[in-house]
Ligand binder design. Structure first.
Ligand code: CA
Length: 228
């Protein structure tokens, strides 16, 4: 049975486009054009994931997300027009699982939906594994393989890889990556991330000079490729 995605967005044209791409990717789609419809649809349709626009008529995306979280841990991906807004959302610990900044490509949305579903399905089961191309990461055992070979990563390299792999296609700034690396003494130098990424590429890329997995996003930072 195909997984049901609830798309909440008041721009009907955008809803149509997203619906088309999601259905082509094998999901079934239910739609809502305002916050109240969203809550009704959520209760009746029991979706596997909610794509939720922030600016909605009647009840905005924040309130919808809060209302959903009162009764459910369903994955929620927020759609927002401004990245500063998105940062604030995450700061509010709203309980959203990811966010996508407009304008986005529908392809990217499908990749994020897939990634979030994969990630949330793994939770609570026997250990979570991330896999992309020839790289696999076991989050419980803290082990990594690349091209079938075990790879020895430092704790910082491991955290960096896991953060990026959990969000394929999402561009992270160096500061965001630095914040996400646990156990690393914060030394205030965002550029230390470059050194860690370089080492990581040496260990997991077939050709570290032409990386296939960890890509540089010029002017931003790094991302894990969504096209593998
Ligand atoms: Ca809107």
């Amino acid at each position: 049975m195909s997984k049901k995605i609830l798309v909440v967005e008041d721009e009907k044209k955008l809803v149509k486009i997203l619906q088309g791409y999601l259905e082509q990717a094998g999901y079934s789609v239910v739609t809502a054009y305002d916050g109240q419809q969203a809550m009704t649809a959520f209760r009746h349709e029991k979706p596997a994931l909610v794509l939720l626009d922030l600016n909605l008529p009647l009840m905005d995306g924040l309130d919808v997300c809060r209302a959903i979280r009162k009764t459910s841990s369903v994955p929620v991906i927020m759609l927002t027009a401004r990245s500063e807004e998105a940062d604030r959302l995450i700061g509010l610990e709203l309980g959203a699982d990811d966010y996508i900044v407009k304008p986005f490509s529908p392809r990217e949305v499908v990749a994020r939906v897939r990634a979030v579903l994969r990630r949330t399905e793994g939770e609570g089961q026997h250990g979570e594994t991330l896999a992309a191309g020839e790289v696999t990461v076991d989050l419980m055992k803290h082990t990594v393989t690349a091209s079938g070979q075990a790879v020895d990563l430092t704790p910082t390299e491991f955290d960096l890889l896991a953060i990026m792999m959990q969000n394929p296609g999402r561009a992270f700034t160096r500061l965001q990556l630095l914040d996400g690396v646990q156990g690393e003494a914060y030394d205030g130098y965002e550029r230390t991330i470059d050194a860690h990424v370089k080492n990581l590429r040496q260990k997991i890329e077939r050709d570290p000079k032409n990386p296939h997995y960890i890509l540089t996003v010029f002017g931003v930072g790094y991302k894990f490729s969504e096209e593998l």
